[in-house]
Design a protein around this ligand. Structure first.
Ligand code: GDG
Length: 481
């Protein structure tokens, strides 16, 4: 290897910010650390639209020793690439929502063009020994486009969301093209072993490939490494957030809200705050969770008057119909539930679409007795890990986690596992969590804490880069069919 510490070039839809110490988001923490240490480039969309779109000039801003390089998109590109193909075709498909997935050839074409132009724009910024690491479902074709443009160095890819079963993925008209394009990368990272296995199965059943060993699959003359690299959080940083003054204010505000209830009858009843924190997305299982809470109040009426469910649900992709409809449905369901159960001095369900600062969120997690993380499908789910990192070791809360979240692999040691589609199961898990003795809560939390503090964002990034650095790079054969 010519260079003992090659630069890192990261490609993701949105770029930065280069984090300060203590940020929580996995991608940002992991990449910022590695980029600052090695120097390099962070390349992606500027967040702006302009007439020329990706044909326009790239803008570079050097921060520390990192070139933050971005390009604009045209309005048509933003629509076809981002809204239509990435979020109306790929996102629902990969989250097993074929009923919501829409496929059309115009957006397919724009998606490929944007990948092509991003690759062409990135080429002048690349050096021979760079490690190029492309992120997520926006850039499936980026690797093969970079190869076609002549890049010969190491290329890695990480998928942040699930890779669905081949039976589902093959419904996508471009499924073969996409997987063939992925084979241009040297290392393909997934959140879980299930995702990796789905990808490998697709290579075998649809493309006639073969599995060489645990980590390597061959299709034609391409051999790639396909491996799980579960993303984590900056656990130490997050734990510090949770004891910051800002977190403390939010924790205290919520505790006093629940404490008032406790003292109204002069008795020290138990704190019963349940929280959920999710982008408002149909993959997160919010509606099913509301039904679960309603069932809790029906089947375990001792919680009426004391349990409060706070759902933080910042709006996301609200330009898309499926998201706008979800919002209406959630608001209707929350209204119905409160109308049915609320009393003059108790509102059982509070849903907020405003966002909070990271520190405020950490305080909210710390105030909660129970956290509901019940996605119908999730690549990993960092909220589950943040909740664990934010707890008070002397009085930790309980995590209820969906069997369909990638985070389950690492957190099953201490969470209560639920099937989010099973309303009775979710209600029973809430009841169990609300009544769990302190000793059991501590035991479960300690096991999860160990997992969260071991599998951090920094480790995720380092292990991927280590694998990419040592991966043997065979010159890529032409991968498009
Ligand atoms: C994708 C995959 C994978 C939420 N509300 C607020 C806020 N958040 C933060 C959370 C957390 C992040 O957003 C959400 O991360 P998740 O992992 O839960 O989910 P996605 O956004 O769907 O992320 C997922 C992830 O990529 C990483 O690979 O885990 O499976 O779908 O950090 O705390 N942050 C602030 N205010 C809020 O109100 N500041």
């Amino acid at each position: 290897m010519a260079d003992s510490n090659p630069r890192l070039v990261a490609v993701s839809n949105r770029v930065g910010p280069l984090s300060d110490e203590g940020q929580a988001g996995g991608l940002v923490v992991g990449l910022s650390d590695a980029l600052k240490r090695r120097g390099g480039v962070w390349f992606g969309w500027s967040g702006e639209t302009s007439k020329e779109g990706t044909q326009g000039e790239a803008k570079t801003e050097v921060q520390e020793n990192v070139e933050m390089t971005t390009i604009d998109m045209s309005q048509e590109e933003l629509q076809g690439f981002y809204y239509d193909y990435a979020n109306r075709s790929l996102w629902p498909l990969l989250h097993y929502r074929l009923d919501l997935a829409e496929f059309d050839r115009v957006s397919d074409k724009v998606y490929r063009q944007v990948n092509h132009r991003f690759a062409v724009r990135l080429m002048p910024h690349l050096k021979e020994n760079d490690l190029v690491w492309v992120h997520d479902y926006h850039f499936f074709y980026m690797g093969s486009e970079l190869r076609q443009a002549g890049y010969k160095g190491r290329l890695g890819y990480f998928l942040h969301i699930p890779f669905c079963a081949p039976e589902v993925f093959s419904a996508l008209p471009a499924s073969h093209d996409i997987v063939r394009a992925l084979l241009a990368y040297d290392v393909i990272g997934f959140q879980t072993d299930t995702d990796r296995c789905n990808f490998v199965s697709f290579c075998i059943s649809e493309l006639g490939g073969e599995k060489l060993d645990e980590d390597r699959v061959r299709v034609g003359d391409r051999t790639v490494i396909a491996k799980p690299f579960p993303i984590g959080i900056d656990a130490e940083g997050y734990a510090r957030f949770a004891v910051s003054p800002e977190a403390g204010e939010h924790e205290e505000m919520l505790l006093s809200m629940t404490r008032d209830r406790r003292n109204s009858d002069g008795e020290g009843a138990e704190r019963k705050l349940i929280v959920g924190v999710d982008r408002m997305d149909y993959s997160k299982g919010l509606l099913e969770r509301f039904y679960g809470f309603e069932r809790l109040l029906e089947d375990y009426p001792e919680n009426c008057g004391s349990a409060i469910f706070l759902q933080v649900a910042p709006l996301s992709r609200s330009e898309l119909d499926a998201y706008a409809e979800l919002r209406d449905e959630l608001e209707r369901t929350a209204g119905h539930l409160n109308g049915r159960f609320a009393t003059l001095d108790w509102t059982p369900l509070q849903m907020m679409t405003r966002g909070f600062t990271r520190k405020a969120l950490a305080g909210i997690y710390r105030a909660a007795r129970v956290c509901l993380v019940t996605p119908l499908r999730d690549g990993m789910n960092l909220v589950a890990k943040e909740f664990v990192a934010a707890q008070d070791p002397e009085d930790p809360g309980v995590l209820i986690l969906s069997r369909f979240a990638g985070a389950l692999d690492e957190l099953k040691c201490g969470c209560i596992v639920v099937n989010p589609y099973n309303t009775d199961d979710v209600a029973a898990a809430m009841q169990r969590a609300l009544t769990m003795p302190l000793e059991e809560r501590k035991r479960r939390w300690e096991a999860m804490r160990e997992a969260v503090f071991t599998g951090t964002a920094q480790r995720w990034c380092q292990s991927f880069i280590d694998m990419l650095e040592t991966s043997h790079h065979e010159p890529a054969a032409q991968t498009s069919s």
